[in-house]
Design a protein around this ligand. Structure first.
Ligand SMILES: Nc1ncnc2c1ncn2[C@@H]1O[C@H](COP(=O)(O)OP(=O)(O)OP(=O)(O)O)[C@@H](O)[C@H]1O
Ligand SMILES: [Mg+2]
Length: 612
């Protein structure tokens, strides 16, 4: 079955992978146990409450049996001679005790789990945001996010319920079996001898059915991803009038789901009937054989009652183990993935307020010295080859070239998102290694190709450039970026919420916000990655003016698609296939009639002369 990537992502969210429990896996998962340490005391206390509540549960069958006997004037336990009333009162007292211990155990485990999980969440997040860009290039962020939250809630479930369940059910099982034998060894022998047969049959049957139902779930996940895909891209579906195609695609998937489900239907029906047969059969057998033991006076009616109740406890606890085991398997898998993230190699950045402080000033000289680079995901194709140029402080350097030439890659290297595989990048003629990562990034600003705004207010989005600036400076920056007027046109002005849940800004407006943000940062080196999509001439003029304001008095690296914007550049680099193939000023390059720049320029200026 061919599955595209999106389907895979979805499937992962729905169905946890269950790895084989191995030593290595346990060792990895135990790393997460370190998070329990600060709450060790609380956790142990929870276990104590759990122990008492489980033990108390186990007293009820004995008490109820004794009550039945006492009602007939017999004493089950000859060394005690309580009345029915006394036993009843004792049972209620124990019930109150049991209720209280249950309350505390649940309360404590939930508290511990919440706190532990918050710590794990905080650490994974703090880890994620200092991981190199490369980590994210290999993963789909949406998938990473939903996967992570699913993994973490799986771990949380285990802390709140599964671990307690294992402890409780084990106690009940062990004590329960001992008590069964104590009440009536003969009944217990008969009971325990048929048990293994039932367990084996049930687990073989169960595994087979689970396999079928997993297949059905996979198909369902596939069909869900069709819904998700089409709803996300609804405008595409409509624009291409593909409603019929999509609904047929969905129908085909649904048919497959039903087909697989039907295949499992008879097995499932047999399985359920088999289990019912076993449970009721065991009860009938116990009562039957038990009653005959009562009739020959070997055990009392109270004993039989006690016995039946214990055997129900034991059966219940046995029945719960497969699920508990599966849950633990899932949790180990989930912890492994979380641990993998926690063990990734981060960038050398320590998360602290100090990050924003500049320790070593850069005045604005930027040099690329024979820089070669391959993306880690594509090690055998060189995105940049032998790039050499110098931008002196305050100069404007333009990068021009066809799509995919490597222009954005150069800007990523300037920001130290990646390290060059060959050559050096120098700031103020000192190799990048001489600076901390934060010093470089604090002094380089980028207005990217496609501006992504955070889902906050416009004020917050501009303020992102410098978190310390006050309202006044934000407005000044917006004015200098030609953004003030359109911002004030919104009823909420600077407090307008933008992004997914707010106002959608146009491309030109988003760019001007990004420019204001960069202005506020006041960097030594500025990178402008011009948007490929063209703006209408009025917004283009506004953006252009804003950019000129931004480029004043600093080194700027301008990635330009419209050559009109870079005619005044100090140096223009023509990049093709990761190489600088020509360079010079506008005047020099235009003179070279066989050059790429000359060709591009004549194309674009013709457009101006003969507009459509
Ligand atoms: N994260 C990445 N992983 C692997 N390869 C990448 C990555 N980003 C870009 N590339 C590849 O590197 C080459 C240069 O891409 P880059 O984005 O630098 O081009 P560009 O000059 O900015 O193009 P455009 O003008 O279309 O923005 C392309 O072949 C691209 O496919
Ligand atoms: Mg680009």
């Amino acid at each position: 079955m061919a599955k595209n990537k999106l389907n895979k992502g979805n499937e992962v969210n729905q169905e946890f992978t269950k790895p084989k429990i191995s030593k290595a896996l346990l060792a990895k998962a135990s790393q997460l146990f370190a998070y329990l340490k600060p709450y060790k005391g609380k956790f142990v206390l929870g276990m104590v409450f759990l122990f008492f509540s489980s033990i108390t549960t186990l007293t009820f069958p004995a008490l109820l049996g004794a009550m039945t006997d006492a009602a007939q004037g017999i004493q089950t336990y000859p060394w005690l001679t309580p009345s029915v009333q006394q036993i009843g009162i004792l049972a209620f007292a124990l019930l109150v005790f049991q209720t209280l211990t249950s309350f505390f155990r649940v309360r404590i485990f939930v508290e511990v789990a919440e706190k532990v999980l918050a710590n794990i969440r905080r650490d994974t997040y703090r880890k994620l945001i200092v991981l190199p860009i490369d980590f994210f290039a290999n993963r789909r962020v949406g998938e990473l996010n939903s996967r992570l939250s699913a993994d973490l809630s799986q771990i949380q479930d285990t802390l709140t319920t599964t671990l307690a369940g294992v402890f409780r059910q084990t106690l009940i099982l062990i004590f329960g079996v001992v008590l069964l034998i104590w009440v009536s060894p003969k009944l217990a022998l008969m009971n325990l001898s048929i048990l293994p047969i039932i367990i084996i049959m049930a687990s073989v049957f169960g595994r087979f059915i689970r396999k079928l139902s997993k297949q059905a779930q996979d198909e369902l996940a596939d069909s869900n991803s069709i819904v998700q895909e089409t709803l996300l891209g609804i405008s595409n579906v409509k624009a291409f009038v593909n409603e019929h195609y999509e609904s047929r695609r969905y129908q085909t998937k649904l048919d497959a789901v039903v087909r697989i489900a039907m295949k499992g239907a008879s097995y499932r029906a047999w399985f359920v009937s088999f289990i019912i047969f076993c449970i009721l059969g065991a009860i009938i057998a116990v009562i039957w054989y038990g009653s005959s033991l009562v009739s020959i006076g070997e055990i009392s009616v109270g004993d039989l009652t006690t016995y039946i109740l214990y055997s129900m406890f034991v059966a219940g606890s046995m029945g719960s183990f497969p699920e508990l085991y599966a849950n633990i398997q899932k949790t180990l898998g989930a912890s492994e993935r979380v641990i993998e993230i926690l063990n990734e190699n981060p960038e050398p950045i320590k998360i602290s307020k100090e990050n924003k402080r500049i320790n070593k000033k850069i005045s604005g000289n930027l040099m690329f010295d024979k820089v070669g680079f391959s993306y880690p995901t594509r090690p055998d194709s060189e995105a940049l080859k032998d790039i050499t140029f110098e931008a002196r402080a305050g100069e404007k350097i333009a990068l021009v070239g066809p799509s995919g030439a490597g222009k954005t890659t150069i800007s990523s290297l300037i920001l130290q998102f990646y390290q060059p595989s060959k050559g050096k990048i120098l700031y103020d003629r000192e190799p990048a290694e001489g600076y901390s990562l934060t010093d470089i990034r604090n002094q380089v600003a980028i207005v990217p190709q496609d501006v992504l705004l955070f889902g906050g207010t416009i004020r917050e989005n501009i303020g992102y450039g410098n978190l310390e600036e006050d309202a006044e400076d934000i407005i000044t920056a917006a004015k200098r970026a030609n953004a003030h007027n359109f911002i004030m046109d919104f009823p909420d002005g600077y407090d307008t919420v933008v992004g997914d849940r707010g106002v959608k800004l146009s491309g030109g407006q988003r760019q001007r916000i990004a420019i204001a943000r960069a202005l506020l940062k006041n960097p030594a080196i500025l990178i402008l990655d011009e948007a490929t999509s063209s703006l209408d001439s009025e917004s283009e003029r506004l953006v252009q003016l804003a950019l000129e304001e931004l480029m004043k008095d600093r080194t700027s690296i301008v990635i330009a698609h419209r050559l009109s914007t870079i005619m005044d550049a100090d140096n223009i680099l023509i990049i093709e296939n990761g190489r600088v193939i020509e360079q010079g000023t506008h005047a020099e390059l235009v003179r070279k009639e066989t050059g790429l720049y000359h060709y591009l320029y004549s194309l674009q200026s013709n457009e101006k002369i003969y507009p459509n």
